[in-house]
Design a protein around this ligand. Structure first.
Ligand code: NAD
Ligand code: MG
Length: 356
């Protein structure tokens, strides 16, 4: 089965003609969607709380800003780009009571629809455009004339125009320049959660820590163990990104390649069965229920888990070593804030006459 990709020429851009799009939230995705839509000629209004720190940013960019309820009242299309954990409250209190009949309610990730947190009424359209990249990239690539690919889906089509409008939205943020792929809220949500848990965030972190600890417990120097495990990982991933496993294996030594074939499967023994369990917990809703319950209880378990890993030896050793490598553009994370270290310190203190 080969998936069909949709490009600019496959999309009727006029499906959004004369319509107003409300972008709710102005964070990573929100700013990029709002600016790309505006630059594609779409009428955009940004919906933010009165007290939101993003208000001046959106206004300085020349965007119209209103509170969420007013933005939704005006809009034919409402894209929810507040954090997934905040969406239900914003939807219940400010979006749902103000949605126009026949409006298209949009998401960039399917969690709240897939797990029934948000239950749109039968009279509205529900669609998704989920860019496969962070907001700053969506904006910069669009500004340079390109696009970041995306997934799109239609969950509910009350007006008969949901699919055309969802595709026109994907085109207006630049995604169909690179190509968009049709999915469902179910498929997007389950695969996204699986990817981040089993491999991208969870699996890789666990492998890095296990490799680092194995070396340190065997008496090797922690600094050396850091370079061997976390630091070098990026060099290997960059090769895969460009040319797959084949290019990585082409680039490393024959010894490394042979060791890959004979030892990799030993390390991964049993992993697929565990991954199937992880996927099962996602599909059954067990993971979502657990995560929602943790949030509703105030997030204590989440904070404990975060704290437990924050002071791991590999983080302490790594921070010291990275501080001596300004070319990495290193950052340190304190209490949820990420701060650049070496490069920002090397910059002149106050660049005058610029808004940087
Ligand atoms: P974000 O964390 O950057 O925050 C978005 C905005 O929401 C911020 O402007 C903030 O002011 C506002 N906000 C924060 N807390 C709020 C609250 N409690 N109530 C109301 N507003 C609040 O979010 P994001 O990363 O842009 O994610 C938005 C959506 O896009 C999510 O559904 C996410 O899954 C999806 N998505 C994100 C990415 C990504 O790379 N960041 C990629 C694809 C899809
Ligand atoms: Mg993802």
């Amino acid at each position: 089965m080969t998936a069909r990709m949709y490009y600019d020429n496959d999309v009727d851009a006029t499906a959004l003609a004369g319509q107003t799009v409300a972008i709710i939230g102005y964070g990573s995705q929100g700013h990029a969607h709002a600016l790309n839509l505006r630059d594609s000629g779409v009428n955009v209004i940004v919906g933010l709380a009165e007290a939101s720190k993003s208000r001046p940013l959106a206004a300085e960019a020349g965007l119209r800003v209103a509170n969420v309820a007013d933005a939704v009242r005006e809009a034919d299309v409402v894209m929810i780009l507040v954090p997934d954990t905040a969406q239900k409250a914003v939807y219940d209190t400010e979006i749902e009571p103000n949605l126009k009949p026949g409006a298209l309610l949009m998401f960039a990730h399917g969690f709240n629809i897939r797990f029934g947190r948000i239950k749109p009424g039968a009279g509205i359209d529900v669609g998704m455009v989920a860019p496969k990249g962070p907001g700053h990239l969506l904006r910069s690539v669009y500004s340079a004339g390109g696009g970041v690919p995306a997934l799109f889906a239609v969950e509910q089509d009350a007006s008969g125009t949901a699919r055309a409008r969802t595709l026109a939205y994907a085109r207006a943020i630049g995604a169909t320049r690179a190509g968009v792929l049709e999915t469902t809220f179910k498929e997007e949500t389950e695969t996204d959660l699986f990817g981040e848990q089993a491999l991208l965030c969870g699996g890789v972190s666990a492998l890095i820590k296990a490799a680092f600890e194995t070396l340190v417990e065997a008496g090797y120097q922690p600094e050396l163990a850091y370079f061997e495990t976390m630091h070098e990982l990026k060099l290997i991933v960059d090769l895969m990104y460009r040319g797959g496993l084949n290019f990585m294996r082409f680039s490393v030594s024959d010894t490394a390649e042979y060791g890959d074939y004979v030892s990799g499967p030993r390390v991964a023994e049993g992993v697929k069965a565990t991954m199937k369990d992880v996927l099962g917990d996602i599909q059954s809703g067990a993971f979502a229920n657990r995560w929602i319950a943790v949030q509703e209880a105030g997030g204590a378990e989440f904070r404990e888990l975060r704290q437990r890993d924050r002071d791991h030896q590999i983080e302490k050793v790594g921070a010291e070593l990275r501080a001596q490598m300004p070319f990495l553009n290193p950052v340190v994370v304190h209490a949820g804030e990420a701060q650049a270290t070496a490069t920002s310190a090397a910059k002149p203190a106050a660049p005058s006459g610029t808004a940087s």
